[in-house]
Design a protein around this ligand. Structure first.
Ligand code: NAD
Ligand code: IPM
Ligand code: MN
Length: 347
């Protein structure tokens, strides 16, 4: 099986190295790897954030392990050349519409949570984020208004098929867990969200065993810190899911802990930590590699049929945390590589 390694920018390469060490320890020769540049690194080397050869590798591979993209030096580039376009392009080109972002509190990290430990310890949810539509992919631009002012615009829209296919993923994810699905929208204000809610209710007819609720996104942001234990599965749009998952990560200890899977209809997937390239700590050995190591475990489970190996990695991460290893984001002083060492030792 071929794994595409796309390290990207900033801390991306640093965390990918550790995930690769863990994969080597668990899978040995069962996996082959090919690496390609992506993001700002690809723009510097080849003039485009998602070069054709990188996209081709992503298409050929059985699964993709992605670090992060984003480089402040690229902020002045035209938007279509910026590093972030690489991850958006991969998600769109490969129809990776279902982004699963599990947020679970490792009990050892109760003190690292931004919430009180007794509130944090109940966190065990999956955010199912739609990844191919919404304001991300609508018409956008800069124009001059009738009164001569500069105006920026980004059109938010979903069509019913896009909502229905992610709703099915939400219901099925809930069915495999505690049977509760909360659909998050802003239907009190947005037409996009009204359609979202209508379609989710229609799809619910196929899942009478699932307890469906609806919540406005502002309330959801509040409930996530008030009582995160109430959530089993959240299904939501691209933008709301982006924001709520960063928030959920801090409830679960750190943004450096949350993995993700971005899947198409056939479980082909791209796996990446939810965090970005963290330019503020890049090159300093401070990055927490566990989100990427846990993403590699998701890759084994969802795309490569290696559930036992995935279980081993997750257990080793828990053991490394139980042994007291903490990177700076978790209040410790262990380096990126030492955290990798700790997971390997636990394995
Ligand atoms: P970020 O997630 O990169 O960093 C936010 C904060 O969290 C920073 O203080 C950073 O040091 C910290 N952090 C992030 N990951 C960490 C880790 N593994 N260990 C310890 N600390 C960690 O978000 P940002 O600063 O808003 O964005 C930086 C760049 O990354 C931007 O160019 C942005 O567009 C990009 N980005 C890319 C992705 C992606 O590739 N999928 C995701 C988010 C942001
Ligand atoms: C993420 C990131 C991306 C997003 C950016 C870099 C395009 O924030 O993967 O969460 O907004 O989806
Ligand atoms: Mn994000």
């Amino acid at each position: 099986m071929l794994v595409a390694l796309l390290p990207g920018d900033g801390i991306g390469p640093e965390v990918i190295v550790q995930a690769k060490r863990v994969l080597d320890a668990v899978c040995g020769d069962a996996l082959r790897y090919e690496e390609a540049p992506v993001g700002g690194a690809a723009h510097k080397a080849e003039g485009h954030p998602l070069p054709p050869a990188t996209l081709d590798l992503a298409r050929r591979a059985d699964a993709i392990l992605f670090g992060a993209v984003g480089d402040p030096d690229c902020d002045g580039l035209e938007r279509h050349l910026r590093p972030e376009q690489a991850i958006l392009g991969l998600r769109k080109e490969l129809t990776l519409f279902a982004n699963l972002r599990p947020a679970t509190l490792f009990p050892e990290l109760a003190d690292a949570s931004a919430l009180r430990p007794e509130v944090a310890k109940a966190i065990d949810m999956v955010i199912v984020r739609e990844l191919n539509g919404d304001v991300y992919f609508g018409e956008k631009g800069m124009r001059t208004s009738a009164s001569g002012r500069r105006q920026g615009y980004d059109v938010m829209s979903y069509d019913e098929d896009e909502v229905a296919r992610i709703a099915h993923v939400g219901f099925q994810t809930a069915r495999a867990r505690r049977g509760k699905l909360c659909s998050v929208d802003k239907a009190n204000v947005l037409e996009t969200s009204q359609l979202w809610r209508d379609v989710v209710i229609e799809v619910a007819a196929d899942y009478p065993d699932i307890e469906l609720s609806h919540m406005y996104v502002d309330n959801a942001a509040m409930q996530l810190v008030r009582n995160p234990g109430q959530f089993d599965v959240i299904v939501t749009g691209n933008l709301f899911g982006d924001i709520l998952s960063d928030q959920a990560s801090m409830c679960a200890g750190s943004i450096g802990m949350l993995p993700s899977a971005s899947l198409d209809a056939d479980q082909k997937g791209l796996y990446e930590p939810i965090h970005g390239s963290a330019p503020d700590i890049a090159g300093q050995g401070k990055a927490n590699p566990l989100a990427t190591i846990l993403s590699a475990a998701m890759m084994l489970r969802y795309s490569l049929g290696k559930a036992a190996e995935a279980d081993r990695i997750e257990a080793a991460v828990a053991k490394a945390l139980a042994a007291g290893h903490r990177t700076a984001d978790l209040g410790g002083s262990v380096t990126t590589e030492q955290m990798g060492d700790a997971v390997l030792a636990a394995l």
